[in-house]
Design a protein around this ligand. Sequence first.
Ligand SMILES: Cc1cc2nc3c(=O)[nH]c(=O)nc-3n(C[C@H](O)[C@H](O)[C@H](O)COP(=O)(O)OP(=O)(O)OC[C@H]3O[C@@H](n4cnc5c(N)ncnc54)[C@H](O)[C@@H]3O)c2cc1C
Length: 494
Amino acid sequence: MNKHHPITVLILCNILLLLHTLQAVHSHTVCIIGSGIGGASVAHFLRSYSDSHTIGQITVFERNDVVGGRMATVTIAGETFEAGGSILHPKNYHVLNYTKYLHLRVKNPKHSDDSLSLGIWNGDKFVYKTLNSNSKLPIVQRFVSIANSIRILLRYGVFSLFRMSSFVEATVNKFLKYYEGFESRPMFESVDGMLKWAGLYNLTTRPLGEELVELGLSPLLIQELVTVITRINYGQSVNISGLAGAVSLAGSGGGLWSVEGGNWQMAAGLINRSDVVLHLHEEIESISYLGDVYELNSTKGKSYNCQVTVVATPLDESSIHFSPEISIPPRKLQHTHATFVRGLLNPSYFGLDVLSDIPELVGTTESADIPFSSISVLKQHEKDVTYKVFSREPMADALLDDIFSVRVETIKINWGAYPRYQAPEKYAPFILDGNHLYYINAFENAASTMETSAVAAENIARLILSRLTGQVNFSSPNLKSFSSDYPSVMHSDL
Ligand SMILES: Cc1cc2nc3c(=O)[nH]c(=O)nc-3n(C[C@H](O)[C@H](O)[C@H](O)COP(=O)(O)OP(=O)(O)OC[C@H]3O[C@@H](n4cnc5c(N)ncnc54)[C@H](O)[C@@H]3O)c2cc1C
């Protein structure tokens, strides 16, 4: 057997050390502000599409003491429910891939869409209510479901409902272009460009209501069902822009899912598996460009230098100070107050005699007199129920005591939830300063969902890598195709 001479070993060690140092010098450091699905996704895609020669240390800063941002759970009376982003669409392929990659379990909602009873409350009465049956017999349930379908067709019109579902399907199909391979899918420096490429831009230039009138939907369908959906999903009326509206409508269809145990685990898992240095409970208060690096200062009085900085949080209510200053279009956030109540609704508030007459999902029409957007049953317990109430304003205790006859426990959360959509939408750039300061949440003006954050983050990861390496050819060895990296369902549906 060949014995290595000590000097040879020493030289080899020195070469390895030198290579390691050279790699450390040439690889780029990345700071990410925010550990929601956007921040976690950009870390994940940077690691998936490059190697350690290109991207060195990735540091994620999170001002809260947990990761996940607007994906969070709430525990009420010992049980855990989604408090923020809760529902995912069957064609949300990035998040679907994350669950596979991270071995998370997909959970379907308790109710199949057929069995969930719905009522549309106009402040005075239920203008529409699905039939409900307490029978557990499948044949009875099937009969009730058919009867409900007929009633909905009669009220809103076959033609109108068909047009609405075609509109949603066409929009979802255009969105699927964002899962195409690198050969056919460019990367985008602007949200406008990204939307135009997929044929989605025009939808952001006018309100959903206008779009649907033009498509020939009945006014009643828009005033009732569509309004209920936009109020639940974005806390806003049908004046939101058409694309946000289509996304909202898509989020009320079939096959919806969530992650067993909480959607926040996707962010946690991606951060865990992306070789990231995570600073929890550390808020970034300033970002200064020093010529070759960004200096980030935190509220802990600490300072960090990074060659690339990614802002993965909305800047609208943020106090981060930028030097030099950045200029982005002003945008307001819609606040959604999520109130979780374990107790019992008061039927007399709804002019009803018995509790079982109140639908499991109470949606609302647009009226200043109605103090909530929706009330839904999260879980039926033996003696009481856990409900989720969404409202635009905080729910005062006195009001809750009117709406509920019993309240065992109440938890209130005020979310800076999503942008206030206003067509024509104006977009902040993905690259905030022309250098290496990136902004994922510029895309939120198009639509705010967990998947759209992931899609925007993936685009930004590609943008960063191509701008760092000077390569625009995505089949370059630095940019690994995700389909080869982990089991992907991305192309299966296309
Ligand atoms: C009530 C509600 C219901 C929703 N329902 C759905 C739904 O059913 N389906 C769906 O797909 N989407 C839904 N959404 C939207 C979805 O949750 C968001 O679009 C998505 O989670 C946004 O992710 P993000 O990573 O871009 O931002 P965020 O999740 O907001 O992450 C940003 C993170 O940055 C941190 N941060 C901010 N500033 C600083 C700083 N200066 N320093 C350090 N850290 C900072 C924040 O604490 C936060 O953790 C809902 C949202 C809400 C509020």
